[in-house]
Structures are given as C-alpha cells and as structure tokens.
Design a protein around this ligand. Sequence first.
Ligand SMILES: Nc1nc2c(ncn2[C@@H]2O[C@H](COP(=O)(O)OP(=O)(O)O)[C@@H](O)[C@H]2O)c(=O)[nH]1
Ligand SMILES: [Mg+2]
Length: 249
Amino acid sequence: MRRTIIVVPCYNEAHRFDESAFASALDADPALSFYFVDDGSRDRTRARLEAFAASRGERCRVIAHEMNQGKAAAVRTGLLEAFATDADYCGFWDADLATPLDELPRFVEILEERPLLDLAIGSRVKLLGRSIERNPLRHYLGRVAATIASLLLDLPVYDTQCGAKLFRNTPAAAKLFAEPFASGWVFDVEIIARLVRQRRDGDGPSAEETIYEVPLYRWKDVAGSKIRPADYLRAFVDVLRVYQRTLRR
Ligand SMILES: Nc1nc2c(ncn2[C@@H]2O[C@H](COP(=O)(O)OP(=O)(O)O)[C@@H](O)[C@H]2O)c(=O)[nH]1
Ligand SMILES: [Mg+2]
C-alpha cells in the first residue's frame, strides 16, 4: 500500500480547524497520515489537535514547537520527520483547507503514474467550470509575484505559492529541507529554487521535467489569513534574495 504523510503547519488555528474534513480524508484513504505541527500557538490549537490525533491513533501525530517559528520552519520540522519514515509520498497542506483535501488523491495519482516526477504542486488557475475563489487584490498581487518568481527561477511555473505540495520521498527531496529556510512567506520559492539548483548541478532530469502542477478544481480564500499587505513587499525582497543566494551563477 502506497503511504502518504501530509504535514499541516498550524498557528492559532483553533477556530479554523475542520476536524470532520480531516476525518473524512483519513476515512477515504487508509494509507494516509497527518503530521500536525503546532507552531507555538497561543490559542487552543494544540489541545484541539491532540484530541483529534488521540481519536485517530497511529495515523495522526502532533509535533509541537514551543515558540512560534513561522510556517517555513514548521513545514520543515514536519517534513524532516516524514521523510525519515518509509512513506512513499510526503507533502504539506495549509490548515485552513483553502485547497480542499479531496484534491489530494490527484496529487498521489500523478506521482504514481509518472515515476519521473518528484513533486506535485497545486496550481490555482481560474478556468470555466472550476471554482477558484480568490480575492481580486490578492489574485493580482499574487500573479505579479508568481510571474517574477517564475522568471527568476527560469521555470515556466504558474503558481509557486499554493499551500498544497506533495513530494516523492527520496533522499534528494529530503535534502531540499536539510537547511533552514532564509525566507518567510516565500519559502515555497526557496524550495523550488533549491530543486532547480540541485537538478542543474546533477545529471538527472531537469527541474522542469520533475515538477508537475496540478490544476485545482476547487480553491477558496479562507478568512483569517495571517498575511498582511506589508508582507507582499517583504516577499518581493525575499524572492530576490533567494535568487541571489541559491540560483545566481
Ligand atoms: N507554523 C506556522 N504556520 C503558520 C504561521 N502563520 C500561518 N501559518 C500556517 O500557514 C498556513 C497558511 O496560513 P494563512 O494564514 O491561511 O495564509 P494564506 O492563506 O497563505 O494567506 C496555515 O496552515 C497556517 O496555520 C506561523 O507563524 N507558523
Ligand atoms: Mg489561508
């Protein structure tokens, strides 16, 4: 049975945590586990996660940071634990389920079907017949940021920032997380930059051949985002730094 572990970074998520959605995902796929990383939340997040995990036995773990370290660090902590298991696929997913968990099987399927692929990432492309509900301002700011990221990465990726990503569990994938991330909200760009660099330096297939963007059927902005307008500016600077540090030849 193909095992999947999904890391869910959680910071002050007590009011947004949708237990029944996580329960349904576990019921739908007996090979799925969740690693919840509570990142020093100041509300009842940890208690809620622990109660949920206790009711689910082996298939849910709660990992706790005593101090808040940010999403990138939380994802890294969870994924380093996940990659150390014999799971076939390890990924991360935003706790607010802006990407619904019923999108996950398509991520697993594409990695199953195409052994060359190492990473499946959600892509929020608004097409007729799909339900991609983004607040217009965040959509356009996000598109500008994504376009800059794509140019700097020299990779025709449409959406680096979607909070749903799944890796094939390989030593090379684990290596992408070996070093702490230097950027905050744009650590997704940093992960892809590391992958591009890894592939550029190696003699296997290129990053472009090993990443697959999964166009989502459903995605919605969930109220309660912790990103503020000033963070966009910060993100822009961070993307340039990632380029300088990781990719510039
Ligand atoms: N670990 C950690 N996770 C965070 C932090 N801030 C937000 N998150 C998580 O990151 C994910 C996305 O956060 P959200 O506020 O919805 O941001 P947005 O949807 O990208 O605007 C959720 O799973 C949050 O719980 C933080 O400081 N630490
Ligand atoms: Mg969100």
